[in-house]
Design a protein around this ligand. Structure first.
Ligand SMILES: *Cc1c(COP(=O)(O)O)cnc(C)c1O
Length: 390
């Protein structure tokens, strides 16, 4: 037994020995629990997932039609590696030229391209505390240093846990080794945001060789006056890259498609590291159909806006603090360890996202669902909280 253990220990030491230090220092991303997993564990059929900020309406019906049509074609052939048709539709949608667009297998892919191009040993990547989990992953995997800027405090009057872009500017002045900056606006997992004025002031302060990636995964969920004009900014700031995804409001998270808008020279670099066929044939046609159905986007945004208000008010009635959100989720402060509440919700077939891995153990993040799903979440939560008081 001990001999085996020692042998196994020695083997794993060998297997880890030449792994790059950055890789050894990181932890694999923890995704939201899949519905099937909880069904298996509990032996119940009726499970809802409000844990990964997906669109509760799913994709536009036009997406399924486009996929059905595409499956009649020859899936034995490689996809169009240049994504010509989709890129042209995106170019038209944004009013910019197609050579400024890079397609990703999800926008996660884009974030990794950026790290591969601009980060590495001796370089640093800057992002906020409580920002999207993929930023440290992409940074550390490149053996670059993460410069984590303190966020607004937990008791900030308007934007608790939000990105402090004035602090970004100050820190950047002291860190000439920073080559890449990630900003999530609105941010996940907090839902907090920066105004276009704040972002512009930051962009004005950034040296032109530092790349700023503005991750706008939740763009469409924002109030109109908070939405940036990517086209204007991209023309003014060649070092800016804007990231968008088809996973959230477009409802095709399962297919994996996202894109970057940038200067054509940055797009050229991104294409050098992009896998030749990073978007599969079905994702390409699905994204095109999703983009074309802006009515579905509108409907999804309206449902989210009303549920965000309604669920937020219900949570406040329960005495809970809810972080300000411009996204399709609410991040809720339970004022104590939220793990038992998370567990109680799971036992009632409701999957939400624990925030311990983000250093926010007292919080849970809940994606807005349909009215029925949100009611189910709220009644499960009321039960769990009442049980906790007994
Ligand atoms: C969900 C999300 C993404 C998008 O991920 P995909 O890879 O496009 O599915 C990117 N950034 C943030 C902040 C997100 O929350």
């Amino acid at each position: 037994m001990s001999e085996n253990t020692t042998a196994a220990g020695a083997a794993s030491e060998n297997l880890f020995r030449n792994a790059l230090p950055g890789i050894l220092s990181l932890h694999a991303y923890t995704p939201g629990m899949p519905i099937e997993e909880l069904q298996r564990k509990l032996g119940i059929a009726d499970v809802i997932k409000l844990a990964s900020n997906e669109n509760p309406l799913g994709p536009s019906p036009k997406v399924s039609a486009a996929i059905a049509e595409a499956t009649k074609g020859n899936l034995g052939l490689y996809p169009d590696g240049s994504g010509h048709k989709l890129k042209n539709k995106i170019a038209e949608y944004h009013g910019i030229s197609a050579d400024r667009i890079t397609l990703g297998n999800g926008s996660n892919d884009i974030l990794e391209f950026l790290a591969r191009i601009y980060a590495g040993p001796g370089r640093a990547v800057m992002f906020s505390d409580y920002a999207f989990a993929v930023y440290p992953l992409a940074t550390l995997a490149q053996n670059a240093e993460a410069v984590v800027v303190p966020s607004h405090g937990a008791d900030h009057p308007t934007m608790p846990f939000g990105h402090d872009l004035a602090a970004f500017t100050r820190v950047l002045k002291t860190r000439p080794d920073v080559s890449l900056v990630f900003i999530a606006n609105p941010n996940n997992p907090t839902g907090t945001w920066n105004t276009p004025q704040e972002i512009e002031a930051f962009l004005d302060s950034v040296p032109p060789h530092v790349i700023v990636a503005l991750d706008e995964a939740y763009f469409d969920y924002q109030d109109v006056e908070l939405r940036s004009d990517a086209r204007v900014w991209l023309d003014r700031y060649p070092n800016l890259l804007v990231c968008r995804t088809f996973s959230k409001v477009y409802g095709i998270a399962g297919l994996r498609a996202g894109y970057a808008l940038s200067d054509a020279k940055v797009a050229d670099l991104l294409n050098r590291v992009r896998q030749p066929f990073n978007n599969n044939s079905l994702a390409l046609v699905a994204a095109e159909a999703a983009l074309a159905d802006q009515e579905h986007v509108k409907k999804s945004v309206e449902l989210n806006a009303s549920e965000r208000i309604r669920v937020g008010a219900e949570l406040q009635k329960l005495g809970l603090r809810v972080l300000p959100s411009q996204a399709n989720f609410l991040t809720v402060d339970f004022g104590r360890d939220a793990a038992p509440i998370h567990k109680g919700l799971l036992e009632r077939g409701v999957i939400v996202r624990p925030m311990g891995s983000y250093g926010m153990p007292n919080f849970l993040r809940v994606s807005m669902g349909t009215v029925r799903e949100d009611d189910r979440f709220l009644s499960a939560l009321r039960e769990v909280l009442a049980e906790g008081q007994r």
